[in-house]
Structure formats: C-alpha cells, structure tokens
Write a protein that binds this ligand. Sequence first.
Ligand code: SF4
Length: 216
Amino acid sequence: MVRRKPEEIQEIKKRLLEHYPQAHTELNYKNLYQLLVAVMLSAQCTDKRVNLITPDLFKKYPNVHALAQADIDELKELIKSCSFFNNKAKNLIKMAQMVEEKYGGKIPEDEKELVKLPGVGQKTAHVVMIEYFGKNLMAVDTHVFRVAHRLRLSDAKTREGVEKDLVQAFKTDLAAIHQAMVLFGRYICTAKNPKCDQCFLYDLCDSEDKRPLKDS
Ligand code: SF4
C-alpha cells in the first residue's frame, strides 16, 4: 500500500469532522451502566436490534446490582434476538458481579480497568470511553476497518493493526473521527454498493470498490 501523504490525511480528517460534527453512537442509553451493556450486546449485532432489546432489559435490570443477581434464563429470554445471546448473557451477569465485588458497584472509568471485566475486550472498552468520556482513543469495528482500507489509511489485517495505523495517522480528535468513520461506513461507504455518488471523499478515494458517478 502506498502511504497517504500527511496533507491528504489532514484533508480526510477535516472532511470527516466537518460532515459529522456531533457524531455519537446510535445506541440508546442514559448512563454508563446502560452504555456498557448496550455496547456489549452490540458485538456482531446491529445497533437497531440492540435498541429494540434494551428498553425491557433496563426495566428489569435497572442497575449493576440488579444485573448481578439476574437469573440467567430470564436474561437469555430478554436478549435472545441478539446474536451470541448465550455467551452475552453469561458475560453480562459476570461483568455485573465483578463490578459489584471488585469496584463497589461502580463501573470503572478507565479503559485499562474496563478490559478486566468479563466480556469486555479492547474495542468495547474504547467505544465506551470514546462515547461517554470523549477520550482520545480509536476503536475499530467492521465499518472503521473497511473505511480505513478503502481510504488507504491502513492495510493491516487485524483490528489492532488498523487501530494503530489510525492513531498514528490522525493523532488527535480520535473520538470524533471514530464516530464519524462509523457513520460514514454505515451509511455512505457501505460494504455492498457504497454510495460513492454521495461521498464527500470521492476525489481522495482510489479504492477498487469505488463506483463511477452516474452521469460520468
Ligand atoms: S468513493 Fe465510494 S468507496 Fe471511496 S470512500 Fe467514498 S463511498 Fe467509499
């Protein structure tokens, strides 16, 4: 992969931030507990699906304490439309129990502590820290991964590698860029049939997935 010139990276950054000035997660939540649960559920599952599940879930388990005492079968029943619901149910209860036992019922506000919780990997921890605290971190989901490759910002094969490349390329405003790349990938630079005719980065893209403009 031919590396992007610094001025091209700056231009991509500028346009992403301009087009998504207030970008936030599309997951519905009211506090850190709800956000962490929603992000954990969203692995391999759409935000839309998670948003259908969480109202009843948070009604039944309004806080860490309630979730720590949840009956696993009842919890599974509530989240069964979500992929990998068996594992997610186990992890949610274990996560809540550990928060109760190790952190006095308060979800840790530090990504290094968050990743110690069952079912919380680096991506989940970073997404929570980005969304809730605006921390200067990058998280790579399927959309960010694809967009980074198409825009020649990374050719890494793993999420961790792409994350490293993006941090190195953009350095600042990582939280806002993450949110922007997720929305850009979800609605414009989609996996199938990217909407190149609506793309504000069209002139900077030389991806083989780029589609010609309709009137050209
Ligand atoms: S031109 Fe098309 S493929 Fe390239 S970044 Fe834009 S939407 Fe994605």
